[in-house]
Design a protein around this ligand. Structure first.
Ligand SMILES: C[S@@+](CC[C@H](N)C(=O)[O-])C[C@H]1O[C@@H](n2cnc3c(N)ncnc32)[C@H](O)[C@@H]1O
Length: 418
């Protein structure tokens, strides 16, 4: 399917001009176009590169995070542009889609995200637990009968659910400060963090927004009034067991082995993406990433309950994750990030940079990012636009939560010249 927006007069390039190692093995038809930026003509390819025709992604990815991409996206590049043991990196790692997919495929990984919640959500999933061990650990966590919350959360939780949740929070804090926190504790923390609020019985809270957009207490009170609802009792340990089963359901023994191996050697950082001295120069084979897009996502506000549960300072996250609302600001930051990505990429290595569909596609960030990459020293191999069959909730070019323009599929591909 060719998107309507492609000007007919520009449909001149052959898909063969796109790197053969990327498109040569594609079964779907590819339509080619070009993007003229100053004196550089960059190929633009439209196809259904991933999604509906591909096999299901692994269940271990199923953690909500704002503006995350589908695992099929990094998978497409990792499988084509790296080999066994190659090093895959994501400087804006989020829920860790790139690095988990790379681990599953038998690659080494490095991840960075300035939001400390990212590591809490990503690292434990490299170490999937044995379900019996997990249940034994959960059973050992005592409920503290007189535990009290320092803030009023009664609009989200039934009193008994809140007691269970606070007991778990205390347990995890004690394990962490005493230095006894292990992979099972981290797994429990990760699942609980993901189950704090949501819109179904699989969450600890009464009905609210999806889990990555925690409402304020005041707004939740209004929702409860409007829907005439009271928080029902939800069994915290049972929900953790159920979500664990679901996360593990499609993992094979080889998947688990690959994840553990990658996790044991992984580098996790929570720095600014343009300041990662822990990563060696000329080290990474492939980076697959999507940066924060202009003003679309409020990571700190959306995550206030996750911060509360994990004793993280929400104010600090607000300060650290700067909202770059205007293109010149955004470009300036990306120039600095590209400098760092150039340093850490091996000669001949790749960078797949997802730019999103912003403001109903009136802003084309590839037009900003192509010159940034070229000025840094990368060769721009082209832009891939994943066009897929429309669904009920889809916007133009097909992804399913495009209302705010964040979950898009426009990727600029660069290579560091040997
Ligand atoms: C679009 S999301 C990435 C989502 C990711 N691709 C996934 O699938 O989960 C962008 C991420 O960049 C992080 N971030 C924002 N500013 C950053 C910065 N200056 N340095 C590093 N990470 C940053 C945010 O915390 C957020 O997790």
């Amino acid at each position: 399917m060719i998107p309507d927006r492609m000007p007919k007069s520009e449909r001149s390039l052959s898909a063969a001009q796109f790197p053969h190692d990327l498109l040569g093995r594609l079964e779907q038809p590819v339509t080619a176009d070009s993007l003229q930026i100053r004196d550089v003509s960059v190929p633009v390819c439209y196809a259904e590169f991933w999604t509906s025709k591909q096999r299901q992604a692994k269940s271990i990815h199923e953690i909500s995070y704002r503006a995350c991409f589908k695992p099929q996206l990094p998978s497409f590049f990792i499988r084509r542009l790296t080999t066994e043991g190659g090093i895959v990196y994501d400087p804006f790692s989020g829920r860790g889609t790139t690095v988990l997919e790379a681990g599953l495929i038998g690659r080494q990984v490095a991840a960075n995200d300035i939001n400390p919640l990212s590591r809490i959500l990503v690292f434990p999933r490299f170490f999937p637990p044995n379900e019996a061990d997990l249940n034994k650990r959960l059973a050992s966590i005592r409920d503290i009968p007189d535990v009290k919350s320092e803030i009023d959360l009664s609009m989200f939780y039934h009193a008994q659910t809140l007691r269970e949740l606070l007991s778990l929070k205390e347990y995890l804090l004690e394990r962490s400060v005493s230095g006894h926190e292990d992979q099972l504790d981290r797994w429990i923390r990760m699942v609980a963090t993901n189950r704090l609020t949501g819109h179904s019985k699989g969450f600890f809270s009464v009905y609210t927004l999806p889990p990555n957009q925690a409402l304020s207490a005041e707004r939740q009170i209004r929702i409860n009034e409007r829907l005439d609802q009271q928080p029902p009792y939800r069994n915290v340990k049972e929900i953790i067991t159920r979500k664990t089963k679901s996360l593990l359901r499609s993992l094979t023994g080889t998947d688990i082995e690959n994840l553990r191996r990658a996790g044991a050697a992984a580098l996790f950082m929570d720095s600014e993406a343009d300041d990662t001295p822990e990563l060696l120069s000329n080290h990474v084979d492939l980076t697959v990433t999507s940066p924060p897009f202009l003003d679309v996502v409020q990571y700190a506000q959306d995550n206030w309950l996750r911060c509360w549960f994990n004793h993280l300072d929400q104010g600090l996250i607000t300060k650290k994750i700067k909202c770059l609302k205007r293109i010149p600001q955004w470009r300036h930051k990306m120039e600095s990030v590209f400098g760092e990505l150039y340093r850490i990429t091996k000669p001949g290595g790749w960078l797949a940079f997802e730019v999103g569909e912003i403001r109903k596609n009136t802003v084309r960030l590839e037009e900003t990012i192509v010159p940034v990459g070229i000025a840094t020293g990368f060769e721009c191999k082209g832009v891939l636009i994943n066009s897929q069959t429309f669904t009920k909730t889809a916007n133009i070019w097909g992804v399913n939560n495009n209302k705010c323009g964040t979950n898009s599929n426009r990727i600029v591909l660069f290579r560091k010249i040997v």
